[in-house]
Design a protein around this ligand. Structure first.
Ligand SMILES: O=P(O)(O)OC[C@H]1O[C@](O)(CO)[C@@H](O)[C@@H]1O
Length: 449
């Protein structure tokens, strides 16, 4: 029996039960192909990247790093083998401060007799996060490659591949920003477009392609129009009304928290949205929340964030983008923009657990005027990674996570849905069986408004 067929034999050919957290054993859920195919593929691509770049790595870290490369490759291979043979999860073994928490969660999941849970039968959010934590563990337990991000180069490549589209959006914004007076009417018309550029930016996600860049060449603003029919829920007007109403209130220091997702083109669109909101005084301060460790291939780390702004301000081929990048550097110098990478975002918890498990972060977000959550994984965490009936209202699915007003921008890459009109999910799935997998469709949901 091959290893893959072993995994097959452990799973059942059924859809997952509604209103329960996802588990990979249900083969008709996206969790099964992600566990059995996409994740091993991504891990093996990480190894291939390392092997292909061996000489560059040795030049940078010295000949002694060769042993590290060998051991990282072995660890990645054994991660694939562990997944495909459904062996029990093991404790993490590095000295990073989050390891205690990971191991405590694993203990809590273990039987009283000490038997550890396995990949196929454990809550999928934990399992998928654990895969990405184990990839990082392979590096952090080495000597020279402790802080090596195997996805960094691909993330930066993905950014430069999208320069054409970024330049179009950049030109639109710079023209705007350089006007002395922009009539409110124009702002009202264009704000939803900028929000939707950040929404569709979430399509560019390297975790779907094993790190291969997805080039965005079309005009982001044209795309917003042409993709409108693919929006399954669009509550953007509520957020626009809220932002315009608040312009008339004399509130100071309005903080916008953006829970970031992917680096590259998506991050660029997030920065554009933040600039727009700051420039027209919808908010005063923006706190960007990224990841403390490499995560889900293309999520933004502090290194990516700094390098992205630096690239746009100094290396990009377009003068417009350079101008935009320099504005962003200015926001950081003045303290108006802040980047943070709290540990919670790379733990296997959903956002409903934040208040009890990381009260400091929950209190910080409670100061917020508006929280924007980007992407599919953050959305899954917002709604508890529960396979809701698609008509369950978003507000209900979000449950107790209510630190402030919330805007979720997500393209669909997993089969968690909620807040959809009666019959819509059934209608689309009939005509488009892959509707949940590839970021083709999107939702904008709000809470607290
Ligand atoms: O980058 P995003 O939008 O959070 O997408 C991540 C998604 O990609 C996958 O890893 C694979 O489809 C999902 O399991 C996950 O929710």
């Amino acid at each position: 029996m091959t290893i893959e067929s072993k995994l097959f034999n452990l799973c059942i050919d059924e859809s997952p039960p509604r209103n329960k957290p996802l588990v990979a054993k249900y083969m008709r859920s996206f969790a099964f192909p992600v566990l059995s195919k996409l994740s091993p593929f991504n891990i093996s691509k990480t190894g291939s990247y390392l092997s292909a770049n061996k000489n560059v790595i040795l030049q940078k870290y010295g000949a002694e790093a060769e042993n590290d490369i060998t051991s990282v490759l072995e660890k990645l291979e054994s991660l694939i083998a562990d997944i495909l043979s459904n062996s029990p999860f093991r404790e993490l073994s590095s000295d990073n401060i989050d390891v205690k928490i990971w191991n405590k969660v694993l203990d809590d999941f273990s039987d009283q007799d000490g038997s550890r849970p396995t990949w196929v039968y454990t809550n999928w959010l934990y399992t998928e996060c654990y895969i990405h934590r184990r990839i990082f563990e392979a590096f952090e337990t080495s000597t020279f490659l402790k802080n090596y991000d195997p996805f960094y180069e691909q993330k930066m490549k993905a950014l430069s591949h999208c320069e054409e589209a970024m330049d179009i959006l950049g030109k639109f914004l710079i023209k705007y920003f350089n006007k002395n007076n922009v009539p409110l009417k124009n702002l009202r018309e264009d704000l939803p477009k900028i929000i939707k550029c950040a929404l569709w930016g979430n399509r560019c996600d390297l975790s779907q392609t094993g790190g291969d860049a997805i080039a965005q060449t079309e005009s982001p603003l044209d795309l917003v129009e042409s993709l409108q029919d693919l929006m399954l829920a669009d509550e953007s007007s509520k957020i626009v009304d809220f932002l315009f109403t608040s312009l008339n209130e004399s509130k100071n220091n309005k903080i916008l928290d953006i829970i970031l997702d992917n680096a590259g083109y998506e991050l660029f669109t997030d920065l554009c949205l933040a600039d727009y909101l700051v420039t027209y005084k919808f908010v005063d301060i923006v706190r960007f929340h990224g990841k403390a460790i490499p995560w889900f291939v293309s999520d933004v780390t502090s290194q990516d964030f700094t390098a992205t702004i630096n690239y746009i301000a100094h290396t990009s081929r377009s003068e417009t983008l350079k101008e935009l990048g320099k504005r962003w550097e200015g926001y950081f110098k003045s303290g108006q923009w802040i980047f943070e990478s709290e540990q919670f975002w790379t733990l296997p918890f959903n956002f409903g657990q934040m208040k009890s498990l990381d009260n400091e972060l929950y209190s910080k977000l409670s100061e917020s005027f508006l929280i924007i959550s980007k992407g599919d994984l953050n959305y899954r965490k917002l709604v508890g990674d529960i396979f809701w009936e698609p008509t369950v209202p978003f507000t209900q699915a979000v449950g107790s996570f209510k630190p402030s007003k919330l805007l979720a921008l997500r393209t669909l890459k997993s089969d968690i849905t909620c807040g959809l009109a009666e019959g819509l999910a059934e209608h689309i799935s009939k005509n488009d069986p892959d509707w949940l997998k590839i970021g083709k469709y999107a939702v904008i949901h709000v809470d607290g408004l």
